[in-house]
Design a protein around this ligand. Structure first.
Ligand code: OSB
Ligand code: MG
Length: 369
């Protein structure tokens, strides 16, 4: 395949409700979509970076800049381009994994569409539908949290993840456990809001029989997580810290985590995600598919990944209406707590032009000189 051009499209998608985490409140999802165009087919990739560098160091405009200046020009010139060649072609450029992931996914989608192969099959999926959980933001009151959780359980979600931070942890988590009972699959996500000095406080979470606590400490603090793991009964799951298969191997050997959240955007793409899946499987470490409030384009790719055999825990692959009044693709429907893995070639869904245009704030094409 030879790329004829790449489109960078910025979207503005209002969320159905503000989403509050330990790193801030989000009311609108800015989305950067990448379209890779070739004579055979076009492909789509969603960049998961947010508007500000509050989850990781990347943000939408940094991704747009590095894609425009460095990543796309390198890939546009290449003959016989395939998705597996993207990472080696871009290895000279350090970091910027979310930007690289979006470009790799767009090229992989174009390549698979041209060949008529579904992404799930290409990755090695073993399931046709995926068990779904939902990530619940911090609310103003515990009563409000209980109502929100009740609504998601009514909708059929199989697992609840509560966002926590210092001052919003033992009381809300205890209230949810008490109200919904011991059988509820419940976990928490701190998004790096604690320090090792909070270890004694965090051990009080052990009484709630959580599936896991996600990323209590800083992204770089693998040793801290290993220390914390010695005093916590609740398994530690890493999100922000797992930036590559190498990072996953290091974290597992240090004893920093017993479970891994895989987000293709954070780790540089679907191919690296599969390597992380394989490293974890080899160590007997369960994985689950995280989310970044994706539109239908990113969600479709996440569902294909989540269908791999090592994804044994329900992920944050929620249905579109949990995020948006209108998505840009035909909506995935939650059925008995599951979403179907798309079956069509590539990511298996197409953005609908009218819906896409309605939320587009800018578009630019980068073409070979
Ligand atoms: O830490 O998993 C996270 C959303 C944005 C950034 C980071 C995270 C999240 C979520 C929601 O928890 C995941 C989703 O439902 O897409
Ligand atoms: Mg997380």
């Amino acid at each position: 395949m030879r790329l004829t051009g790449v489109e960078l499209r910025q979207l503005h998608m209002p969320l159905v409700a503000p989403f509050r985490t330990s790193f801030g409140v989000q009311e609108v999802r800015g989305v950067l979509l990448v379209r890779a165009s070739s004579a055979e087919a076009d492909g789509w990739g969603e960049c998961v970076a947010m508007s500000a560098p509050v989850y990781s160091s990347e943000y939408i405009d940094s991704c747009g800049d590095v894609l425009r200046r460095f990543l796309i020009p390198r890939v546009l010139g290449a003959e016989n381009l395939t998705a597996v060649r993207i990472a080696p072609l871009l290895s000279q450029f350090h970091g910027h994994r979310m930007a690289k992931a979006a470009l790799e996914t767009a090229v992989l989608d174009a390549e698979l569409r041209a060949a008529g192969i579904p992404l799930s099959r290409e990755l090695g999926a073993v399931r046709e539908r995926v068990a779904c959980g939902v990530s619940v933001g911090i609310t103003d009151t515990v009563d409000e949290l209980l109502d929100v959780v009740a609504g998601y359980l009514d909708a059929g979600y199989l697992r609840i993840k509560l966002k926590i931070e210092p001052g919003w942890d033992l009381i809300p988590v205890g209230a949810v456990r008490e109200r919904f009972g011991d059988d509820l699959l419940l976990q928490v996500d701190a998004n790096t809001a604690y320090t090792l000095g909070d270890a004694a406080h965090l051990t009080a979470l052990d009484q709630f029989n959580l599936l896991l606590i996600e990323q209590p400490l800083a992204e770089e603090d693998l040793l801290g997580h290993a220390q914390l793991a010695k005093v916590l009964r609740t398994p530690i799951c890493l999100d922000e810290s797992i930036t590559s298969a190498r990072a996953a191997a290091t974290a597992i050997s240090l004893g920093a985590c017993r479970i891994v959240n895989i987000k293709p955007g954070r780790v540089g793409g679907l191919l690296e995600s599969r390597r992380i899946h394989d490293v974890c499987a080899a160590h007997g470490v369960p994985v689950w598919c995280g989310g970044m409030l994706e539109s239908g384009v990113g969600r479709a790719a996440n569902l294909a990944l989540a269908a791999l055999p090592g994804f044994t825990l329900p992920g944050d692959t929620s249905a579109p209406e949990r995020y948006y009044h209108t998505d840009i693709t035909p909506p995935f429907r939650l059925d008995d707590g599951h979403l179907d893995v798309p079956r069509g070639p590539g990511i298996g869904v197409d953005p609908l032009p009218e819906l896409l245009d309605a939320v587009t704030v800018s578009s630019e094409w980068i073409t070979a000189p």
